[in-house]
Design a protein around this ligand. Structure first.
Ligand code: SAM
Ligand code: SF4
Length: 320
């Protein structure tokens, strides 16, 4: 079992399968500093599967596939099928910007994927394009509808709230839960990577989100499925749920149960700490050590709590 110095049980691995993305979200991206990984530096699926297998023997039970944009990577459905064969892995999820969902959703569902998180920060097409650099709101929306139709569950919609940009849409985004069985999750804007869009004033706090929502309907604590940092609520007569993720204002470090594997094979104990273990070099025989030891070392190095400062790597390179 993987237990860290502070008694936290680590059973969750977030796996970034690519650093590539077709979007350029303002909160995630900085054109100046980002350097694309070379193809050969990205872990092959077989290599990731090897890591997950060892992880599962040590107690990893849940895997989330992310990126960059994971649906840009060819054969992600094959990867999911293979992940499902690993005994011990009880839960597989995927986080996507939703752009390719319309064409990929069926194959993902057939591969056995059930849990899907889709990022949607605005209901306004023009704002969506300003945020992501892509005229794709309608495609993403249709992708969400398709995911619901195909029975993905839960379908979670992630919205990063940035003051002055989309805080005026908190209530409208929440209203999606009145009509659809989705969990709309509001996320505080984090300083990941050197991001010129981020500053402390831009962070729209969880307390402000709650206040906006409670001006319309009360929020009542709701049952939470699975782990993770969100606080979950029912809102009004909603058939869906509201999640609030507040890394800035209310640390959830004491419950942190995760490690991350970056697209270039680094095992990362904490999103906000730039300490990483070069697992790729170990897997490829270019460095001494074993995958098992790398897991133990990463768990040993998990900090007690995050120190909020801009990380060297961007979210898309770490795997959000
Ligand atoms: N491309 C996929 C997507 O957008 O869903 C998966 C990767 S993305 C890095 C994962 C999540 O991180 C998204 O929900 C995105 O909104 C969130 N994210 C990116 N940058 C962020 C930031 N600076 N603060 C908070 N959340 C951020
Ligand atoms: Fe791409 Fe996701 Fe980052 Fe947006 S948040 S740029 S979709 S990786």
């Amino acid at each position: 079992m993987l237990i860290d110095r502070f008694g936290r049980k680590i059973d969750y691995l977030r796996v970034s399968i690519t650093d590539r993305c077709n979007f350029r979200c303002l909160y995630c991206y900085s054109i100046k500093k980002w350097k694309k990984l070379k193809h050969e530096d990205i872990l092959r699926f077989e290599e990731i599967l090897k890591v997950v297998k060892v992880g599962s023997e040590l107690g990893i039970r849940r895997v989330r596939i992310t990126g960059g944009e994971p649906l840009l990577r060819k054969n992600v459905e094959y990867f999911i099928k293979e992940l499902k064969k690993i005994s011990g892995i009880e839960d597989i999820g995927l986080t996507t910007n939703g752009y390719f969902l319309l064409e990929k959703a069926e194959a993902l569902r057939e591969a056995g994927l059930l849990r899907i998180n889709i990022s949607l920060d605005t209901l306004k097409k023009e704002k969506f394009e300003r945020l992501t650099g892509v005229d794709g709101w309608e495609r993403v929306w249709k992708g969400i509808q398709k995911a619901l139709k195909l029975g993905f569950s839960p379908v979670k919609i992630n919205a990063v709230i940035v003051r002055g940009f989309n805080d005026d849409e908190v209530v409208d985004l929440a209203k999606l839960t009145l009509d659809y069985p989705v969990e709309v999750r509001f996320i505080e804007f984090m300083p990941i990577g050197e991001n010129s869009f981020w500053n402390e004033e831009n962070v729209f706090l969880a307390s402000e989100i709650k206040k906006r929502l409670e001006e319309v309907f009360p929020l009542e604590p709701a049952e939470k499925v699975g782990g993770g940092p969100a606080r979950v609520f029912k809102w009004g007569r909603g058939i869906g749920k509201i999640g609030i993720i507040s890394p800035i204002s209310e640390s959830f470090c004491e419950k942190c149960n995760r490690l991350r594997l970056t697209a270039d094979g680094r095992l990362r104990p904490c999103l906000f700490s730039d300490f990483e273990i070069n697992l790729k070099a170990i897997i490829r025989g270019e460095a001494k050590g074993s995958i098992e030891d790398a897991f133990f070392q990463a768990v040993e190095k998990k900090p007690e709590r995050l120190e909020l400062h801009p990380t060297e790597r961007f979210m898309r390179a770490i795997g959000g």
